[in-house]
Design a protein around this ligand. Structure first.
Ligand SMILES: O=c1nc2n(C[C@H](O)[C@H](O)[C@H](O)CO)c3cc(O)ccc3cc-2c(=O)[nH]1
Ligand SMILES: C[C@H]1O[C@@H](n2cnc3c(N)ncnc32)[C@H](O)[C@@H]1O
Ligand code: SF4
Length: 337
């Protein structure tokens, strides 16, 4: 049913931090742990299954697999993975994706810059996938981060286009990039979409400082002001084709005022898990956002991790098809109860 009001979308998800071990060491990241750190983790199947089940019970449609990039670069981690019976983190996540689908929840994997071969493994099992471009600039915050080389990230977005994977990407604002860098990053994303039509949304994510990052200035980290975010959202809306949504995270920035500048999606919101990347920022209640948006003349509508126009074109991982068909309405949004 349509109310005629502009539609703002979101998805209901569970966050699965498969591992926080990573080959990169981004200066802005509070999630990353060294493999021998007491807080380093690799979740087991037994730990993850109840999260899927709790998600399904609470109406979630998205299992967001977010984890450190190629953690098996560390020999100790490789041994741990092998002991669990897997050769690589991608093989493990492929297995977890099958389990998620069996439980009734759709995988969306955001595990950093993956090779073409690894994308091919995950594509059939994922409703959509994600990789933040972050920035096309060479910034000090990405020192010692092979996977944050803009060429490597652009290459994955290109491969995802070739493979027809619906993609979430975006830029991280406040990591030492200039305004011109933001424009360049958005233009590169637009170029890929013109070629392949596979970008479903672009996140304009504001860097939000983590404890211990007070020395951020050394890396040029600087959380953007609201004005800078407005300016970046306007640039995104101008540069990106109309069928690409602009997303902000409603736990990192108040979304209402940003809608008039072009934000149309509030991303994955979880009623059951925290945002492990930004654990200091609790999710607003979905009912609260709904009321706020309705009072201001917007409809707040739930989507799946894959956007309606991709659902209607059947452009998503083939193994997710039966579940997607069960979860959607005739317009490609989440079916009501
Ligand atoms: O809870 C979060 N969800 C994040 N998500 C989840 C995202 O909002 C949803 O999964 C997508 O909108 C798909 O529904 C990301 C997904 C990506 O593909 C790439 C980056 C992010 C970043 C975050 C994030 O920082 N925190
Ligand atoms: C999954 C995505 O989370 C984002 N990310 C990582 N660290 C932070 C932070 N401190 N603040 C906001 N976003 C962050 C990056 O853009 C990454 O690609
Ligand atoms: S942002 Fe991602 S790639 Fe960078 S250190 Fe954190 S987990 Fe690794």
């Amino acid at each position: 049913m349509s109310t005629g009001m502009p539609i703002i979308t979101f998805s209901k998800n569970v966050f699965i931090p498969v591992t926080n071990v990573c080959r990169n060491q981004c200066a802005y990241c509070g999630f990353w742990r060294a493999p021998d750190h007491p807080g380093a983790s690799l979740l087991t199947e037994e730990e993850i299954l109840p999260i899927f089940q709790n998600g399904v019970l609470n109406g979630c449609t998205e299992a967001l697999f977010t984890f450190g990039e190629y953690p098996e670069t560390h020999p100790f981690f490789q041994k741990q993975l092998n002991a669990m019976g897997f050769e690589s983190i991608v093989d493990y996540v492929a297995h977890l994706s099958e389990l998620a689908i069996d439980c009734g929840i759709l995988p969306h994997t955001n595990g950093g810059a993956l090779t073409r071969k690894d994308l091919e493994k995950l594509a059939p099992l994922n409703a959509s996938m994600g990789l933040m471009l972050e920035t096309t600039a060479d910034v000090p915050a990405h020192k010692n981060c092979p996977g944050k080389d803009p060429k490597v990230r652009l290459d994955m977005i290109n491969n995802a286009g070739i493979l027809g994977i619906p993609m979430t990407t975006g830029i991280l604002v406040g990591i030492g990039e200039t305004k011109a860098d933001r424009v360049d990053s958005l233009e590169q994303i637009a170029k890929f979409h013109h070629k392949y039509g596979h970008i479903q949304e672009v996140i304009v994510q504001n860097y939000s400082p983590k404890p211990g990052q007070n020395d951020g200035n050394r890396f040029g980290l600087c959380p953007p002001s609201k004005e800078e975010m407005v300016e970046t959202i306007c640039a995104a809306r101008k540069i990106l084709p109309a069928d690409v949504a602009v997303q902000v995270a409603p736990n990192l920035i108040a979304p209402l005022d940003l809608i008039k500048y072009g934000v149309s999606d509030l991303g994955g919101i979880s009623p059951v898990t925290k945002d492990y990347i930004n654990p200091e920022a609790p999710w607003p209640k979905i009912e609260m956002l709904q009321t706020l948006l309705n009072e201001n003349g917007y409809e707040f509508r739930e989507r799946l991790p894959v956007y309606p126009h991709f659902v209607l074109k059947e452009k998503y991982g083939i193994r997710t098809k039966p579940l997607i068909l069960k979860l959607v309405d005739e317009n490609g949004y989440r079916k009501g109860d």
